[in-house]
Design a protein around this ligand. Structure first.
Ligand code: NOJ
Ligand code: CA
Length: 699
């Protein structure tokens, strides 16, 4: 249902001085937009009667012209929209998109310029973007800068990772405006990444005021434009947009008309609302894929973890690293005997997946090119239709089909995105010819073309191009090291998951503290699902490698809870089959847990501390609950009032044993069953770094 409240197109005279106010449908948020004495647009935002965002400037500047000042308001449209849409997959089977919109038409003379600022005020936050119509002057812009300011009223708490043009695989800092320089100073410079220096951070980031009010700042529908970082003024408690430039210093090459991505602020005084918010998805375009019947949420395993943990195991078929570029015939190379992507090993994974109802098996290291990986040659190239000789693709294709398991393709580009585009059609056709429907892509290293960063405009365009071509071939995508997600998975639901944050793989590289996964849902996940790779049962790295003493920041039971707290329609069971065989009763939960939901209820939440969430299976009446805590033990209160009244449910509880601890006793868990109904409030103990996972089945 769409209701048009009013459309105003007033004369310039009446409007030029008028500030405009617009509230969220429930009245809690009030946006004010004005044009200051210099003709610069300025906005501010109140929450529940108190200023949250102080007046901040808006504008864009290009080599050809500027959209920063000299403006007057020449018209405005307002509209209230209340509609519901159905995602192909996700946390909810329907999403309400309810907002008041203000489109402010601005004009400037000498030189002539036109700009529309479009604001949408939702009950859970604000989105706004710049719309550049065709101009009287140049319609090709070399954009240098975006002025957008986010000015705050106090030295609030910030949860953030450092600004970086190339990677987001960092641990989170819980800091404040004033303490930010010190917090960011603790980060080691990433070898291949270009850091932005002092006090720049990435989005999505989270803020918490003293009241408290929680604010998530990010962007929606990033397309045809670079990603946005935030430069922080630690004295003024302010931030401003910092667009990722190419190496020539240009942020974006635009052809008009053009709409920028939405700048988003999710706002609430209840931390659970930040997790439940669908604002970023709501600001993306509806699904562009007509027939979505081929898009299927899935669980998968992978010939993967053994390469992270087994020092001796490699992606490469041969140790002859100097083989390329001279070698063109891989059949002349000798297998190194430590290459797990071989026919026999992959067969074992297929068998295990088939026996346990796991939909897919990912195989990394199956194709030519990994020899170059080790030497990081400048023109490194992977071939996406050339299996190594010990990976019998036709045989495995037929074997997997017979067993009812899908093989998942892997395309590691080593950041040679230019070459990937050249191979793309051949690679996708090769997949279809061999019964593959899903691909994991990767961009480790410095981007080729060298002019680009992982999150500059060219790579944002590349990512959209890959996803569109994949849709043409009916291929689902899980991308690693791609620009961080901004809700485009609504428009292209074949984009099932992305990494774009520090994932579970880091458990083999020093470890992720338990608080890490209490942070990601408040930040990174607001853009879209993450391929975090949960399901790690053997958490001590010494088990895999003598002498390695690091340990994953988790108990075994907590790994099960991650299937609820880190929802993704493409969810891995990351551990080795042999480790699941050691704990078959706990593995039962991974077999049972769905990956697609009709409803979600966030029961408890505090960033960096704890999350408790309940979700209803999309394909049954079963509910599942996941609860996690940080390094401190905690008792979760699980109020089951979401269950249908008067119905009895059997709860199967996978929990930390009383003596469990992420460091000293991670594998101590218990499984118990209790009968519950909607009147029950479970008091659920969680160990330090622990968690609990519950299946609720109607009796
Ligand atoms: C980094 C990815 O995040 C990881 O999952 C993958 O296995 C390696 N690159 C190799 O492609
Ligand atoms: Ca990665």
């Amino acid at each position: 249902m769409m209701k048009i409240l009013m459309t105003l197109l007033m004369s310039a005279a009446t409007l030029s001085a008028a500030a405009v106010d617009i509230s969220s449908p429930d009245g809690a948020l009030r946006l004010n937009v004005d044009v200051d004495a210099a003709g610069t647009p300025v906005y501010s935002l109140d929450y529940k009667g108190k200023q949250l965002v102080a007046p901040g400037k808006l504008g864009l500047s290009a080599d050809e012209t500027r959209f920063t000042d000299g403006f007057r308001i020449v018209g405005m449209d307002t509209v209230t929209v209340d509609r519901t849409w159905k995602p192909v997959w996700g946390e909810y089977d329907k999403v309400r998109d309810h907002f008041r919109e203000l489109a402010l038409h601005l004009r400037a003379e000498n030189p002539d310029r036109e700009l529309i600022l479009r604001f949408r005020v939702f009950n859970d936050g604000l989105g706004f973007r710049y719309e550049l119509p065709v101009q009287k002057g140049s319609n090709y812009l070399t954009l240098r800068d975006e002025l957008t300011e986010f000015n705050f009223t106090g030295d609030h708490k910030l949860y953030c990772i450092p600004g970086d043009y190339d990677t987001d695989e960092y641990l989170w800092s819980e800091t404040s405006f004033s303490a930010l320089p010190q917090a960011l100073g603790n980060y080691r410079r990433h070898s291949e990444a270009q850091r932005t220096g002092g006090t720049t951070i990435q989005t999505p980031m989270l803020m918490k005021t003293a009241d408290p009010v929680y604010v998530n700042i990010h962007e929606a529908a990033l397309d045809g434009y670079p990603a946005m970082l935030l430069d922080v003024d630690t004295e003024k408690n302010a931030m401003s947009a910092h667009l990722v430039p190419d190496r020539l210093g240009v942020s974006a090459y635009l052809q008009l008309p053009f709409n920028t991505p939405w700048r988003t602020l999710i706002v609430s005084d209840d931390a659970r609302d930040i997790l439940a918010s669908q604002l970023v998805l709501n600001l993306n375009e509806p699904c562009k894929i007509e027939d979505t019947s081929w898009i299927k949420p899935m669980k998968f395993m992978g010939v993967w973890w053994e390469m992270f943990t087994g020092n001796q195991k490699t992606w490469a078929y041969s140790d002859d690293y100097l083989a390329k570029p001279g070698v063109t015939d891989y059949s002349k190379l000798k297998p190194n005997g430590r290459h797990p992507a071989n026919t026999e090993n992959v067969k074992k994974y297929i068998d295990f997946a088939a026996d346990n109802g796991i939909d897919g098996v990912l195989v990394e290291g199956w194709n030519e090119g990994w020899e170059d990986w080790a030497s990081f040659r400048k023109n490194r190239q992977f071939l996406f239709d050339k299996p190594y000789p010990d990976f019998d693709l036709p045989y495995l294709r037929d074997y997997a089909k017979e067993k009812g398991v899908k093989l998942i393709m892997h395309h590691e580009t080593a950041a040679n995105a230019a070459d990937y585009e050249l191979q793309l059609d051949r690679a996708f056709q090769f997949m279809k010819d061999n019964n593959y429907d899903a691909v994991k892509t990767g961009y480790v290293g410095a981007i080729i073309p060298r002019s680009e960063h992982h999150t500059s405009q060219w790579m944002v365009d590349h990512a959209r191009h890959v996803i569109e071509r994949a849709a043409d071939y009916k291929i689902m995508v899980d991308s690693h090291e791609a620009p961080r997600p901004t809700g485009l998975c609504r428009t292209y639901p074949n984009w099932l998951a992305q990494e774009s944050a520090r994932g579970g793989e880091f458990e083999s590289m020093g470890g992720n503290p338990p608080s890490h996964t209490c942070m990601l849902p408040f930040t990174r996940l607001k853009g879209g699902p993450m391929d975090y790779t949960p399901g790690l049962f053997e958490t001590r790295m010494s088990y895999y490698n003598e002498g390695k003493d690091s340990q994953a920041g988790t108990t075994l039971a907590r790994q099960l809870a991650l299937y609820l707290t880190m929802p993704s329609p493409m969810q891995m069971a990351c551990d080795l089959p042999e480790n699941y065989q050691r704990f078959p009763d706990a593995f039962q939960f991974i077999k049972d847990v769905p990956v697609d939901w009709s409803d979600s209820k966030y029961l408890e939440a505090e960033p960096n501390r704890y999350i408790t969430v309940a979700r209803r299976d999309k394909n049954s009446d079963d509910w599942f609950v996941g609860a996690i805590t940080d390094e401190n033990p905690r008792t979760a209160t699980i109020d089951l009032s979401f269950l249908p009244k008067g119905e009895k449910f059997e709860a199967t509880i996978y929990e930390d044993a009383p003596d469990a601890h992420w460091k000293d006793n991670p594998q101590a868990y218990r499984i118990r069953k209790v009968e519950v109904d909607s009147r029950k409030k479970l008091k659920q103990p969680l160990a330090a770094g622990g968690g609990a996972a519950i299946m609720l089945r109607k009796k």
